[in-house]
Ligand binder design. Structure first.
Ligand code: HEC
Ligand code: HEC
Ligand code: HEC
Ligand code: HEC
Ligand code: HEC
Ligand code: HEC
Ligand code: HEC
Length: 418
C-alpha cells in the first residue's frame, strides 16, 4: 500500500473494525441460561488457567515447530510492551502526534517503561504506560494500558504502511480520549487465555493479571497442554501422544472451527469465548452462519478478518470435500509473501498439465506456476480498514488478500500488463 502522509496531523483511522467490535460486544449472558439436556453432553468441561502451560515448554520435544512458530504473526500478535515488540519510534522528531496547536501527545521512554504523554500548551498533563502490544505490526499495532485490573486502549496506534504513529481507530481527532475500556474481546482473538474476574462471564471487564497468556499460542489450536507435557515428560518411552489435539485428526468442520473462532469477523458470542477449545463445535459458543454461504457472494463480505466466509463462498470450497485453511497455510511457519509456495498448494488440486487448464489467459503467462495468487486471490481494499489523510475527502483503504477465490478478469489484465 502506498500512502503518502503530507500533513503532520493526518487523521489516520485504521482498523476501525476494532471500534465496531467493542461497540458490538453486547453483554448478554447466555452462559447462565440453563442448558437443555439435548445440548449439554456436547460441551467438554471449560478449560481453566491451570490446564495451560507455557509454549516454551514445547521446545524440548518439538524444537523445529517451536523455532519456526515464534516468528509467526500468531505468536507475535500480543506481547508485553518492551522495546523488542513496540514498532514505533521514540526518537525526537518521530515521536509526537499533535491534535491541535496546543494539544500534543508524545511517545517517551522513561526509566520505568514506555509512555504516551499528553501535553497541553507544553505542560505535561498525563502519562499513560504502554503495557500490552496488540498486533504483530504487519499492518499496525495498538496498545493497552492497565489501570487496576482493567484495560484501556491508548489513544495512539502505530500504522506500519505509513511508518508512523497515528490516532487510534475511531478515536476523536481534536481531543485526546484516554479512557476507552477494552473488555475481553481483543484478548479473545489476540491472546490464548485470559482469566476474567468481574463483569459477566461472557464479557469480563476486569482480569487476573497473572492469568493471561498473550499471543495465539500452540494451545489455541491444540487445546490446553499442561497434562500432555506432564505425561510425556514422565513417560519418555511412550512415543504416542496423550492429552493433546491434533487438528489433522479432526473432521473438516472441526478443523475450520479452530480458525473460524478468530477469522470469521464479528460473530456473536453465546458462551464465553475462552471456554471454546480445539475439537469442539464453534456453533456451541457463537452464532455461526449455519445457513451456509447462500447470502454471500464474495462481493458483500469485507476482506478484513473474515477469511472464513469468503473462502466458503468460493467454488474451490463448495466443490471440494477437503479444503480447509490448513490446505494452504502451514501455521507453524511464517510464510507471508511466499506466493510461489502458496501457489504450489493450489496445484495439489489443479493440474496445470490438464487440457482444461490451458485457458486463453493461462497459455499467455510464461511463469504461470509461480503465482496463481495475484489473479485469483487479489489484494483488495478493506471497507473497514480505511485510512483518512488530512485534507483529503476520500479514505485510503488498507489491502488484504481476498479469500473469495474466483476469476477476476480485471486483475488478470493488470497482471499481464505488468
Ligand atoms: C516431553 C516431551 C514433550 C513435550 C514437552 C511436549 N510434547 Fe507434544 N508430543 C510428544 C510426543 C512423544 C508426541 C507423539 C509423537 C509425535 O507426534 O511427535 C507428541 C505429539 C504432539 C502433538 C500431535 C498429537 C497427535 O495426536 O498427533 C501435538 C499437537 C503436540 N504434541 C503438541 C505439544 C505442545 C503444544 C506442547 C507444549 C505445550 C508439547 N506438545 C510438549 C512429546 C512432548
Ligand atoms: C474476532 C477476532 C478479533 C477481534 C475481536 C479483534 N481482532 Fe484484531 N485482528 C484479528 C485478525 C484475524 C487480524 C488479522 C488481519 C485480518 O485478517 O484482517 C487482526 C489484526 C489486528 C491488528 C493488525 C495486526 C497486524 O497485522 O499488524 C491490530 C493492531 C489489531 N488487530 C488490534 C485489535 C484490537 C485493539 C482489538 C480489540 C479492540 C482487536 N484487534 C480485536 C482478529 C480480531
Ligand atoms: C494457528 C494454529 C496452530 C498453532 C498456533 C500451532 N499449531 Fe501445531 N498444528 C496446527 C494444525 C492445523 C496442525 C495439523 C496440520 C496438518 O494438517 O497436518 C498441527 C500439527 C501439529 C503437530 C503434529 C505434527 C505435525 O508436524 O503436523 C504438532 C506436534 C504440533 N502441531 C505442535 C505445535 C506446537 C509445539 C506449537 C507451538 C510452538 C503449535 N503446534 C502451534 C495448528 C497450529
Ligand atoms: C485466537 C485467535 C486465532 C485463531 C484461533 C487463529 N488465528 Fe490466525 N490470526 C489471528 C490474528 C489476531 C492474526 C493477526 C496477527 C497479527 O499480525 O498481529 C492472525 C493472522 C493469521 C494469518 C496471517 C499471517 C501473517 O503472516 O500475516 C494467517 C495465514 C492465519 N492467521 C491463519 C490461521 C489459521 C489457518 C488458523 C487455524 C488453524 C488460525 N489462523 C487460527 C488470530 C487467530
Ligand atoms: C482442495 C482442492 C482445491 C484447492 C487446494 C484449490 N482449489 Fe480451486 N477449485 C477446486 C474445485 C473442486 C473447483 C471447482 C472446479 C470446477 O468448477 O469444476 C475449483 C475452482 C477454482 C476456480 C474457478 C472459480 C470460478 O469461480 O469459476 C479457480 C479460479 C480456482 N479454483 C483457483 C484456485 C487457486 C488459485 C487456488 C490456490 C490459491 C486453488 N484454486 C486451490 C479445488 C481446489
Ligand atoms: C486456497 C489457498 C488458501 C486457503 C484455503 C486459505 N488461504 Fe489464507 N491466504 C492464502 C494466500 C495465497 C494468502 C496471501 C499470502 C501473502 O500474500 O503472503 C493468504 C493470506 C491469509 C491471511 C493474511 C491476510 C492478508 O492479506 O494480510 C490470513 C489472515 C489468512 N490467509 C487466513 C486464512 C484462514 C483463516 C483460512 C481458512 C478460513 C484461509 N486463510 C484459507 C491462501 C489460502
Ligand atoms: C494472469 C492471470 C492468471 C494467472 C497467473 C492464473 N490464472 Fe487461472 N484463470 C485466469 C483467468 C482470466 C481465467 C478464466 C479463463 C481465461 O480467461 O483464460 C482463469 C481460469 C482458471 C480456472 C478455471 C478454469 C479451469 O481450469 O477449470 C482455474 C481452476 C484456475 N484459473 C486456476 C489457476 C491456478 C491454479 C493458477 C496457478 C497455477 C492460475 N490459475 C494462474 C487468470 C489467471
Amino acid at each position: 500500500m502506498s500512502i503518502k502522509i503530507k500533513y503532520r496531523r493526518s487523521a489516520l483511522i485504521l482498523f476501525s473494525f476494532i471500534a465496531t467490535i467493542v461497540g458490538l460486544c453486547r453483554c448478554m449472558d447466555h452462559a447462565k441460561k440453563p442448558a437443555t439436556e439435548a445440548d449439554a453432553p456436547t460441551l467438554a468441561p471449560a478449560p481453566v488457567f491451570a490446564d495451560y502451560t507455557s509454549s516454551d515448554k514445547c521446545v524440548s520435544c518439538h524444537k523445529d515447530i517451536y523455532d519456526n512458530y515464534i516468528h509467526t504473526a500468531h505468536s507475535l500478535t500480543a506481547a508485553p510492551a518492551t522495546e523488542k515488540y513496540i514498532k514505533g519510534s521514540f526518537k525526537k522528531g518521530q515521536n509526537t502526534y499533535s491534535y491541535t496547536p496546543s494539544i500534543l501527545l508524545s511517545m517517551e521512554k522513561r526509566d520505568s517503561g514506555f509512555y504516551q504523554v499528553v501535553y497541553f500548551k507544553g505542560e505535561e498533563k498525563k502519562a499513560m504506560k504502554f503495557d500490552i502490544v496488540i498486533g504483530s505490526g504487519v499492518m499496525g499495532q495498538s496498545y493497552l494500558n492497565w489501570r487496576g485490573n482493567r484495560l484501556y486502549q491508548l489513544p495512539i496506534t502505530y500504522f506500519t504502511a505509513a511508518g508512523q504513529w497515528s490516532n487510534s481507530p475511531g478515536f476523536p481527532h481534536e481531543r485526546v480520549l484516554i479512557d476507552r475500556p477494552v473488555t475481553s474481546r481483543c484478548l479473545e482473538c489476540h491472546a490464548t487465555y485470559a482469566q476474567g474476574t468481574s463483569g459477566t462471564a461472557l464479557e469480563p471487564v476486569e482480569f487476573d493479571r497473572s492469568k493471561i497468556i498473550l499471543g495465539v499460542d500452540c494451545q489455541k489450536c491444540h487445546g490446553p497442554a499442561a497434562k500432555h507435557v506432564e505425561y510425556q515428560e514422565q513417560h519418555p518411552e511412550d512415543k504416542t501422544a496423550k492429552y493433546i489435539v491434533n487438528p489433522a485428526k479432526l473432521s473438516r468442520i472441526q478443523q475450520l472451527d479452530v480458525c473460524a473462532l478468530c477469522h470469521s469477523g464479528n460473530i456473536q458470542k453465546t458462551k464465553p469465548s475462552f471456554q471454546f477449545a480445539a475439537g469442539q463445535a464453534l456453533s456451541d459458543y457463537f452464532i455461526t452462519d449455519t445457513s451456509g454461504s447462500a447470502v454471500l457472494n464474495g462481493a458483500n463480505i469485507d476482506v478484513h478478518g473474515n477469511q472464513y466466509a469468503l473462502l466458503r463462498a468460493s467454488k474451490c470450497f463448495k466443490m471440494s470435500t477437503t479444503l480447509t485453511c490448513n490446505t494452504c497455510h502451514d501455521t507453524h511457519k511464517n510464510e507471508r509473501g511466499q506466493l510461489e509456495l502458496l501457489s504450489q498448494r493450489c496445484m495439489t488440486c489443479h493440474d496445470p498439465a490438464a487440457a482444461e487448464f490451458k485457458t486463453p489467459t493461462h497459455t499467455s503467462v510464461a511463469t504461470l506456476q509461480k503465482n496463481c495468487i495475484d489473479c485469483h486471490m487479489p489484494a483488495q481494499p478493506s471497507k473497514s480498514i480505511a485510512v483518512f489523510l488530512q485534507g483529503q475527502e476520500t479514505p485510503k483503504a488498507s489491502s488484504l488478500r481476498s479469500h473469495f477465490i474466483a476469476i477476476y478478469p480485471e486483475e488478470a489484465k493488470k497482471f499481464l500488463n505488468k
